[in-house]
Design a protein around this ligand. Structure first.
Ligand code: MG
Length: 374
């Protein structure tokens, strides 16, 4: 089980009509796929996201030369080493090595995590609400309307990137659109507000009942602010997508400011670190709703780990939190042949990841090496 070859597939997609959140508009989606092959000809896939020129140079000059000849069984040591150089690259290598280990063991990845507790995971439709169009609000509402036809019962939209008045007008129209339907809405501010501004949502929150959560209302280091806001609101507060290690979650877990934690595998330093985070959150009796906004492999790993996580409560039978499902223009979701039906994803079993990666897309969206604005 020695690594003989590492192939990389930097992918870039230019978005025809840029969309975004409070952090700005996205003009590109990118994805960096790796394939690690052993001397026996077995291969595993991994994925990470960052500016492609940085990732490519890092893999070509440092990570690949280090990986060649290493034993797959030493995956913990390998990931621990690479995370010192680039933590997102470590995540990609971790995915590929776990895929390989499952294949050598002739089991599904979830068998290495103690086995699936469930095969179906709910997902929520995640929108990027803003565009450079003057009628952005209408465009957002039409997109939500179309998505609702696919029977999602949970949605997430963006706030914090426009004035409070404009954002609240948008959210009221979203609620009116959902009225009478069994659908809940999360609002995501991407850490845009201070405490007093976040509290100005209270009146609107009290006017409706179909709330899922209030996401990243404040800068994440404002733990006192999160506590104060949590005490003032009746809906849950969610956060955590930008944290990279399990210990980063400790300050938030030790206070009652965040109800739902949203770790992202692609932002973590590998699958072991991510699993430490989700288990630690569970050990504190909190909820885990994974953030998964980039490529298909991170999403699939998040779904697999959610399949193995004990329920968050004893209410309603097998109660498991939803995983994010990006409904914007993102061709890299199609790397895996999985689609939700009625807001639920069935995670297939099989050897390794249980699915075949769509390798045609690796050619179709191959990055041409040109510099682009990150
Ligand atoms: Mg978010």
């Amino acid at each position: 089980m020695y690594i003989q070859q590492v192939d990389t597939f930097p992918l870039l997609y230019r978005i025809a009509k840029p969309y975004g959140d409070a952090n700005g508009l996205k003009e590109y989606r990118s994805c960096y796929i790796i394939r690690i092959t052993t001397q026996d000809g077995v291969h595993g896939w991994g994925e990470c996201i960052d500016w492609l020129p940085t990732l490519h140079l890092g893999f070509e000059k440092r990570i690949i030369p280090y990986l060649i000849g290493q034993s797959v069984q030493q995956h913990t040591m390998i990931v621990q080493t690479i995370k010192k150089w680039h933590h997102r690259a470590a995540s990609a290598v971790s995915m590929a090595l776990m895929d390989l280990l499952a294949q050598y063991a002739q089991v599904h990845l979830t068998d290495l995590y103690g086995g699936m507790l469930r095969e179906n995971i709910p997902v929520y439709a995640s929108f990027q609400s803003y565009s450079d169009q003057t009628d952005w609000m209408n465009l957002s509402l039409r997109k939500i309307e179309q998505t609702l036809q696919n029977n999602y019962s949970m949605l997430k939209v963006k706030i914090g990137g426009r004035s409070l008045k404009e954002d609240q007008a948008h959210i009221k129209q979203c609620m009116d659109l959902m009225s009478g339907q069994d659908v809940q809405l999360a609002v995501d501010a991407n850490q845009s507000y201070d405490l007093s501004t976040a509290k100005r949502w209270t009146t609107l929150f009290e006017q409706y009942e179909q709330w899922l959560w209030f996401e990243e209302p404040l800068p994440l280091n404002d733990i006192i602010g999160y506590q104060a806001l949590n005490a003032a609101l009746s809906l849950p507060i969610a956060a955590g997508e930008n944290l990279t290690q399990a210990p980063d979650f400790i300050p938030l877990l030790s206070k009652v400011g965040v109800d739902i934690f949203q770790p992202d595998i692609g932002h973590h330093e590998g699958l072991d670190e991510y699993r430490t985070t989700v288990n630690m959150v569970r050990a504190h009796g909190r909820r885990v709703s994974p953030h998964a906004f980039d490529g298909g492999l991170s999403l699939l790993h998040a779904l697999c780990i959610q399949c193995c996580l004990p329920s968050s409560s004893k209410m309603g039978g097998d109660d498991i939190e939803p995983v994010e499902w990006d409904v914007m223009e993102n061709p890299f979701h199609d790397l895996i042949p999985i689609k939700p039906r009625n807001g639920v994803v069935h995670v297939p079993k099989g050897i390794g990841l249980g699915v075949e990666l769509n390798q045609k897309l690796l050619q179709q969206y191959a990055w041409d090496g040109s510099l682009y604005q990150a």
